[in-house]
Design a protein around this ligand. Structure first.
Ligand SMILES: NC(=O)c1ccc[n+]([C@@H]2O[C@H](COP(=O)([O-])OP(=O)(O)OC[C@H]3O[C@@H](n4cnc5c(N)ncnc54)[C@H](O)[C@@H]3O)[C@@H](O)[C@H]2O)c1
Length: 380
């Protein structure tokens, strides 16, 4: 198959810039998609690092000005891997320039801003997708298939946790590279937008819309040095967030996220309990899905641990042989494959900006509920 070249302009070469670049380099080796992504331009804040990144990863050109990437006639896709406060400006300019857009999560600082991004991409009619990559862990995709097949029956409970421990020290600053997450101006929120957004996206994909939330947040360290201003400043983000919710299908949700769970680096887990069966998943063991089916004969009934590596399991026919597992980086390869395939077919790959707006609306309702100490309805 002769593949059409598709030039990528990637903005932000930190953690996500690496995962996305790696995905574009590998995707056509494993997936039959009609496009050949070409690493055209990389953009980051620092000149020396931008150049070094271009050399290491094979980008043809580099710049420190994202406007140049968006205006570049040679660029077909804008991939946004910068802190949350820069997403909207770049995405709206890219939509106006007619580029396809893959944007990191959370879509925006808040749902009001996210709505302007949805309007921009829909008005321009450009392909758009948000990088909620955990949907594309084969075990998580398999969970969706089992739920859609009705194996669980009526769903009663959905619970998810995303636990980390990297901000317990009061010496961790806010602002700057990577620690921009602790600065509310750059991040929009703390664990709610950074971590729970993933859990909410997966949960609504699995179990349908969330309509009401009741939340509690805490900021354990009230002041931190801001490396951008050089001053000790109040901390405006939520360090921890716990919320209950109701789904449209009548089930109850229970979510918790914190960066103060000593011993946990990135423990994303979920469990879904249905009338007939339950499912559980753990990011630290991401290639396994736990499944319990009450309809099994009682003498062999129990939780089974499904090793998600067989060729008839989601995405796995593209990789090695049954029994050999894949990992975190592959979720981004799957994402690139689905995004590019969607572009080729003119079908939006999920989650689109509009779907990510729904997640943002839940995040906003969670933060509002915590502020007001009340149940909040999620706007639609
Ligand atoms: N999908 C996931 O699981 C996941 C994981 C981590 C981060 N993220 C998201 O990805 C985005 C980036 O996070 P990260 O961890 O890669 O951050 P990072 O701090 O590692 O890197 C940020 C990059 O953005 C660049 N940058 C910042 N402002 C810029 C500007 N105005 N113009 C050009 N470049 C600019 C910096 O030079 C840096 O290269 C965030 O939105 C974050 O929420 C998603």
């Amino acid at each position: 198959m002769k593949k059409k070249k598709l030039n990528i302009g990637l903005i932000g070469f930190g953690f996500m810039g690496r995962t996305h670049s790696n995905a574009y380099r590998k995707v056509t080796n494993f997936f039959d998609i009609p496009y050949e992504p070409v690493l055209q331009t990389i953009c980051g804040l620092e000149e020396d690092k931008s150049k070094a990144f271009a050399d290491r990863w094979g980008y043809k050109t580099w710049t420190t000005d994202w406007h140049k990437v968006v205006e570049d006639k040679n660029v077909d896709v804008i991939d946004i891997c910068v802190p949350n406060n820069v997403h909207a400006e770049i995405a709206i300019a890219a939509a106006k320039a007619g580029k396809a857009i893959l944007c990191e999560k959370p879509l925006a600082l808040n749902s009001e801003q996210a709505k302007t991004m949805v309007d921009a991409v829909e008005k321009a009619g450009v392909a758009n997708m948000v990088s909620f990559n955990y949907r594309r862990v084969p075990a998580v995709t398999l969970a969706k298939k089992l739920i859609d097949e009705g194996r669980l029956g009526r769903i009663f409970h959905y619970r998810a946790n995303f636990l980390q421990d990297w901000t317990i020290s009061t010496k961790v600053p806010q602002g700057g590279i990577a620690t921009w997450r602790l600065d509310v101006k750059a991040a929009g929120s703390g664990v709610t937008g950074d971590l729970l957004a993933h859990c909410i996206d997966t949960a609504m994909w699995h179990n349908g819309p969330i309509n009401n939330v009741c939340a509690m947040t805490e900021t354990f360290v009230k002041e931190r040095m801001n490396v951008d201003t050089g001053k000790v400043e109040p901390v405006g983000i939520d360090d921890a967030c716990t919320f209950f919710c109701k789904f449209d299908n009548g089930s109850l949700g229970n979510f918790e996220s914190t960066r103060y769970a000593r011993g946990h680096k990135a423990l994303y887990t979920f469990e879904i309990n249905g009338e007939n069966a339950s499912i559980a998943w753990d990011l630290h063991d991401l290639h396994r899905l736990s499944y319990f089916d009450h309809r099994d004969d009682s003498i062999v009934r129990g939780w089974r641990s499904i090793h998600v590596t067989d060729g008839d399991m989601p995405y796995m026919d593209k990789w090695w042989v049954p029994g050999l597992q894949i990992g975190y980086e592959h979720t981004f390869v799957h994402q690139a494959a689905d995004f590019l395939q969607g572009m080729a077919e003119g079908k939006p790959a999920s989650p689109t900006f509009r779907e990510a707006l729904a997640t943002q609306q839940v995040c906003d309702a969670v933060l509002k509920s915590a502020r007001n100490k009340s149940w909040e309805k999620v706007p639609r």
